[in-house]
Ligand binder design. Structure first.
Ligand code: SAM
Ligand code: SF4
Length: 494
């Protein structure tokens, strides 16, 4: 039998060539299956052509797009390409304004706060940009014991955090699936943390299934770059080397039962217009295949990292372009939670929460054990850190910043516990119905925070905000629930 098999051509930018083989084997069949899938996910030529065709966007066309997008209708890829190519300052400020309107229509005036919890910096991959890369011999390697992981989570719980994002390098000896499951169970059993999300290496479907059974919320993994040639250069060895396996991660996670997934690209590795359009195309593919797209989209921007090979972004992303990416994601996928990390400087974070972002981390450490073993008041660069963070404000400080921006800080974890996930979440968000839950839940968790953890200054600012907002909440029993919290009951939500 003489069969044709399809394999990616070296340097082909993701295009495929026919390979003739007389002896098909299971491995070849598996590769064929993966590649068939990934070929459907993004179309590199189409994205390149769209960017080129929209390089000189017409002003009237841009205004038309913005008007339409205000109604949460999303964007076509052509419209997204036109917005990503927009540079005129007045049009950009209209774009940011529209993004703020859309965010408010979907989620109301609330910003969710969380912290990452780094479990392990041991890694067998060699991503050129990362401080955890295998060949960084200067890094002090550390995988938290179960007790240490619980200690970190408890430390954060005592500051008022209710949701954490677990983060880990890729090393089947130290941070394998059994380890992750044990850590998650131990944190849920021994701390007041209400939901754990996870950013861990892509796995096979069976391991995703076991991970999901722990009650973890969002599974997050970043493609880093959708540009296959750049991907190969940036990931020279280890499991992560395989572009197609990475690109099909979300298919496996969803097939295994994850209905909340988090996506992102590492901004700075390649042309941001390409990356943003590819991510939107990937989200569309998931929507078509499974009925829902990403629950969150992150916008990590390359930061210097001790021991990394690449510290200067090959394709630098300016602050204005960064805001543009956030705004285009917001209009293209109105329902997604857009996550901003402490990689970004204070001033930009202050701005971005007013123009489309909906979730921010606060007080983050990116080294395993960073919360309990390092002095959080006086930070010094640390060889165990994954990359340098820019915004070192504490949770309490960020809660004040969010409040002063006219938004309500939220420590809500209700959707994951009420099964408002996947398609159900999508339907509510598309109709603009989520804010009916988001505002009261933000206020209830804010009230808990004020009583249990807040500084006096935050208490003063926050109590006034809650008292002013309470009459606007539509749920009739809201005041009664607020009173129950004041009397000591906890974890009340819609
Ligand atoms: N190791 C897993 C992986 O790579 O998928 C998950 C955790 S990794 C620590 C989380 C993310 O950090 C990566 O996906 C990458 O986008 C980001 N990252 C790595 N190095 C970075 C750097 N120098 N600056 C900013 N973000 C970085
Ligand atoms: Fe390892 Fe992830 Fe860092 Fe790559 S980005 S070296 S996989 S921890």
């Amino acid at each position: 039998m003489n069969l044709n098999w399809i394999i990616p051509a070296e340097g082909s930018g993701g295009r495929f060539v026919i390979f003739k083989s007389r002896r098909p084997c299971w491995f070849t069949a598996f590769c064929f299956y993966i590649m068939q899938t990934t070929e459907n996910i993004i179309n590199i030529e189409e994205i390149d052509a769209l960017i080129k065709s929209q390089e000189q966007p017409d002003l009237a066309y841009i205004r038309e797009i913005l008007k339409k997008a205000e109604n949460l209708s999303g964007l076509t890829e052509k419209e997204a390409a036109a917005l990503l190519n927009t540079n005129a300052p007045d049009l950009l400020s209209e774009l940011f304004k529209t993004s703020a309107i859309v965010k408010e229509r979907v989620y109301g005036k609330r910003i969710v706060l969380f912290a990452p919890l780094y479990l392990s910096n041991e890694c067998t991959n060699n991503c050129l940009y990362c401080g955890f890369r295998r060949d960084n011999k200067d890094a002090r390697r550390k995988t938290l014991t179960i007790n240490e992981a619980v200690g970190e989570a408890q430390f954060l719980a005592q500051k008022g955090y209710k949701r954490l994002l677990l983060v880990s390098g890729e090393d089947i000896k130290s941070s394998n699936i059994d380890y992750l499951i044990t850590v998650i169970n131990a944190i849920y059993e021994n701390t007041d943390i209400r939901i754990l999300h996870i950013n861990a290496p892509p796995m096979k479907t069976e391991d995703f299934r076991r991970l999901k059974e722990t009650g973890v919320g969002v599974y997050q993994s970043f493609q880093e770059t959708y540009h296959s040639e750049t991907y190969r250069k940036m990931h020279p060895s280890g499991m992560k080397k395989d572009y197609d396996f990475r690109l099909s991660t979300m298919d496996r996670a969803i097939e295994a039962g994850f209905d909340d997934i988090g996506m992102g690209t590492l901004l700075g590795l390649y042309d941001f217009r390409f990356e943003a359009l590819a991510l939107i195309q990937h989200a569309r593919y998931l929507e078509q295949r499974f009925g829902f797209g990403p629950h969150t989209v992150s916008v990590p921007r390359l930061q210097p990292a001790s021991g990394a090979v690449i510290n200067d972004a090959p394709y630098p992303v300016s602050d204005t372009d960064f805001k543009k990416i956030v705004a285009v994601y917001r209009l293209a996928m109105p329902y997604v939670g857009i996550v901003i990390s402490t990689r970004e400087p204070k001033e930009l974070r202050n701005e971005i929460i007013k123009i489309g972002a909906s979730q921010i981390s606060a007080g983050s450490r990116t080294n395993p054990g960073g919360y309990t073993t390092t002095n959080t008041e006086h930070r010094t660069p640390n060889s165990e850190e994954q990359f340098e963070t820019e915004d070192h404000r504490t949770l309490d400080e960020m809660i004040q910043v969010v409040s002063n921006s006219g938004n309500f800080p939220s420590l809500c974890t209700a959707c994951y516990r009420r099964n408002r996930t996947g398609k159900d979440f999508r339907i509510l968000a598309d109709k603009g119905d989520m804010q009916r839950y988001c505002l009261p839940n933000a206020l209830l968790t804010f009230q808990e925070y004020l009583i249990d953890y807040a500084s006096d200054e935050t208490k003063n600012i926050g109590q006034k905000m809650i008292d002013d907002a309470a009459p606007k909440v539509e749920q009739r029993d809201f005041r009664e629930r607020l009173e129950r919290i004041k009397k000591g009951e906890r974890d009340i939500y819609y």
